[in-house]
Design a protein. Structure first.
Length: 748
């Protein structure tokens, strides 16, 4: 017994000395703790391989984040799940940091009378462990002809709108494109850990029920779904879609993780790579090695014998494999070295052949490039534009035709660093011409060849608009596949940024400046509606389309959605246009945007200037999400100044703010014919200090509008079957709240 106690004391002393040595000489520890897999670890569940750090039993996974469960489904086939059976069925685990699981499709279906078909409508949800949804491999997709889908998280809101009718079905393409006609898609943000996907409709599919009774939405791998017209009817046959997660080790960067040798998991012949989607790091084998970088031994990163590859990487020469690489050695010559004369002849012949071939190839490519540019120029209406410019020779304000080479030089070949904006219609680049002028170049995504003549006419007319409050169109380039539009460059950002994202108290816009900016916007819209050579309806007036120069002068931009209005035509049928929160409520019934639609959108901007609140915000209480509704409720209850931005109102301007609010209320009337014209609005704003009474204001009519809007019932008990009279975007959040919700929570 005495010897046994001495042995124990001896062992304790050895352990103490080892710990002390490690503390004094930390450099002696290994770079990573060796990880050898237990021989009894399950390597496969059905068709799914389970690579370490994932595992199904203790000692087979790195930590609880990588625990997976292999069980059997109702047919007895093995299936793999994350952690527990409710966290999504695993389809594939990639050692490169991706994990594919099944998630459910959300559906929102209706009967022909507009009542919700609860049997065929389902809420899709999934609870995911700490791994985030991949922002590079997934897209939010919505399918339907009366469909709104949105994805909400603490990072913000993304969403898309999909509409179509029986008349537009023939325009649906069959190459998988989702561009808003029957199908829409949008990307998601990085590091999304807790998301909620919701789908609803504008009018309960009444107008499209015969061919599309349901709306669908899902978050899926972007290569999974190719849209076609049949999906409007047949998506009920699908219940699940593949979704990609990005997985990583821990929460540390590589630099921090390497400091703790015992927890650092990258093994020999591997390198550490920081995660690009959320915290943590990944391991990958070095070049020339392959295997699992998270384990040591035969399953870890092993040297690749490149010399056994077919074809031989050295061609006809001798290949010699080395550690992590290979070398090529020229084979011994079988014949004597040729005579000097033969060598010189061959050299000269080869050189001449190469020079001639290069010259012919260069000439062929140059001719092909010129023919391609000429083809695009003619296809995009270049000859028509050139004829129109010739008719207007001598008129200095006419559009200029830029060459593709000019714009490539101005943008450094459309370098990514020159991008200053992206939108639904395309990308905007900043460029500098040879004469030093700074320009903005809009590169659209698509162009309908049936609208070329209308496009050319619009370029001519818009380039002649010489108004101090309009971002001037300088010209276009027609030598590219999609025409490029060239505008003057405005450097001081958007009105949206100054009102909603300005955290510097010294640069917050005063009421005087806001009133002036509103008057400038109203003035230019009045000019476009009434004084331009051909009346122009903008159709997408919003605070992000109002630019400010260095003097905070308003500049109306983005005429990508605008249309010219013929003199003998008051109404204009359009495709889906506008932005939720600013969209004319009449459009939901008529599918038409008119001058009075611009009046409604301007009314929303005027309310933004007074309140400092966004037109649509899901982070506000349900009844306050739509700014138009919040404002009308405040005016109805005589609580205007409860929503006016803090510090904006004072004893000297309260009357002006009240008058501006009355003007905004008139602009927000549901019936377009009862709204003032933009000329009347501009006149009222210019003379606001005279406190003149609104000539068009009718208390009874305003009361009727308020009741009509309030009838949308932004309450928890809202019945979707009552939404037949709900014809304003103020109802958007109330409508969407009672419909399908795809909730994905507890993500990393």
């Amino acid at each position: 017994m005495h010897q046994f106690h001495k042995l124990i004391q001896h062992l304790e002393l050895c352990v103490l000395l080892m710990l002390l040595a490690q503390h004094i000489f930390p450099g002696c520890s290994s770079s990573a703790s060796a990880q050898v897999l237990h021989p009894n670890c399950t390597a496969r569940c059905g068709d799914v391989e389970i690579p370490y750090p994932f595992g199904t039993t203790p000692d087979c996974y790195l930590n609880s984040d990588f625990l997976v469960n292999c069980t059997k489904d109702s047919s007895g086939s093995p299936v793999l799940y994350l952690r527990d059976y409710g966290s999504g069925q695993v389809i594939n685990i990639s050692i490169d940091g991706q994990l594919r699981i099944y998630t459910y499709i959300g559906k929102d279906c209706y009967h022909q009378n507009g009542n919700q078909d609860e049997y065929n409508s389902q809420t899709a949800s999934a609870t995911i462990p700490r791994f985030p949804f991949s922002n590079t491999h997934n897209k939010l997709t919505a399918v339907g002809c009366d469909t709104i889908a949105g994805i909400t998280s603490i990072e913000g809101i993304n969403g898309c709108l999909s509409l179509c009718s029986n008349d537009t079905l023939q325009n649906i393409v069959y190459d998988g494109t989702c561009a808003g006609l029957g199908c829409c898609q949008t990307t998601i943000q990085t590091n999304l850990q807790d998301i909620e996907v919701r789908v609803t409709s504008f009018s309960n599919h009444r107008d499209v029920w015969a061919f599309n009774p349901c709306s669908y939405t899902f978050l899926a791998e972007d290569s999974y779904f190719n849209f076609s017209e049949g999906d409007l009817r047949n998506l009920n046959n699908r219940t699940q879609v593949p979704t990609v997660l990005d997985w990583a080790i821990g929460n540390d960067t590589c630099q921090d993780a390497k400091k703790n040798a015992t927890s650092f998991v990258c093994q020999s012949n591997s390198q550490c790579v920081d995660s690009t989607n959320g915290p943590g790091y990944r391991c990958s084998c070095l070049s020339g090695y392959r295997g699992n970088p998270y384990v040591s031994g035969g399953d870890g990163c092993q040297d690749i014998d490149e010399c056994v590859a077919i074809p031989n990487p050295c061609g006809d020469d001798i290949c010699t494999n080395t550690v992590g690489n290979y070398t090529c050695t020229q084979k011994p010559r079988k014949y004597p070295i040729p005579l000097t004369q033969i060598t010189v002849g061959i050299t000269v012949g080869v050189a001449a052949f190469l020079i001639a071939g290069s010259w012919l190839f260069w000439g062929y490519n140059k001719r092909k490039h010129l023919m391609r540019k000429q083809k695009f120029f003619e296809q995009n209406g270049g000859m028509m534009l050139r004829q129109e410019l010739a008719k207007k020779e001598g008129y200095n304000e006419t559009a200029r035709i830029f060459t593709a080479n000019e714009l490539k030089a101005a943008t450094n070949n459309f370098d990514e660093s020159r991008i200053i904006g992206r939108g639904g219609f395309g990308t905007v680049y900043e460029g500098v011409l040879k004469d030093g002028r700074v320009i903005a170049i809009k590169k659209s995504k698509v162009m309908n060849q049936d609208q070329i003549e209308q496009f050319i006419n619009e370029v001519i007319v818009l380039s002649q608009i010489n108004h101090r409050n309009v971002v001037r169109l300088l010209g276009c380039c027609l030598e590219t596949e999609v025409p490029l539009l060239v505008y003057e460059y405005i450097s001081n950002g958007t009105l949206f940024e100054k009102v909603h994202e300005n955290s510097n108290p010294s640069t917050i816009l005063s009421w005087e400046n806001r009133l002036r900016i509103a008057a400038e916007i109203a003035g230019v819209l009045a000019y476009l509606h009434s004084d331009a050579s051909v009346p122009i309806v903008h159709r997408d007036i919003k605070s992000t389309n109002i630019l400010l120069d260095e003097n905070y002068t308003a500049k109306v931009s983005d005429f990508g959605a605008s249309r010219l209005v013929p003199i003998d035509q008051d109404m204009l049928s359009t495709m889906v246009q506008g932005t939720i929160g600013y969209l004319d409520p009449e459009y939901l019934h008529t599918s038409q945007l008119t001058e009075k639609s611009d009046v409604y959108s301007f009314g929303v901007i005027l309310v933004e200037l007074m309140t400092g609140k966004k037109a649509l915000a899901f982070d506000r209480p349900e009844e306050e999400r739509c700014l138009a509704m919040l404002f009308i409720l405040a005016m109805t209850n005589d609580k205007l100044f409860s929503i006016v931005e803090d510090g904006l109102a004072n004893d000297g301007n309260r009357k002006q703010i009240q008058e501006a609010a009355s003007l905004a209320l008139a602009c927000l009337r549901v019936v377009g014919d009862e709204r003032p014209t933009m000329r009347e609005v501009a006149s009222e704003l210019q003379g606001l200090h005279l406190m003149e009474k609104h000539p068009w204001m009718d208390t009874a009519t305003a009361s009727e509008d308020n009741k009509h809007l309030l009838g949308c019932q932004l309450l928890d008990g809202y019945d979707p079957s009552d939404s037949i009279d709900c014809n304003t975007t103020a109802c958007y959040d109330s409508i969407i709240a009672d419909h399908v919700v795809l909730s994905v929570g507890d993500g990393r």
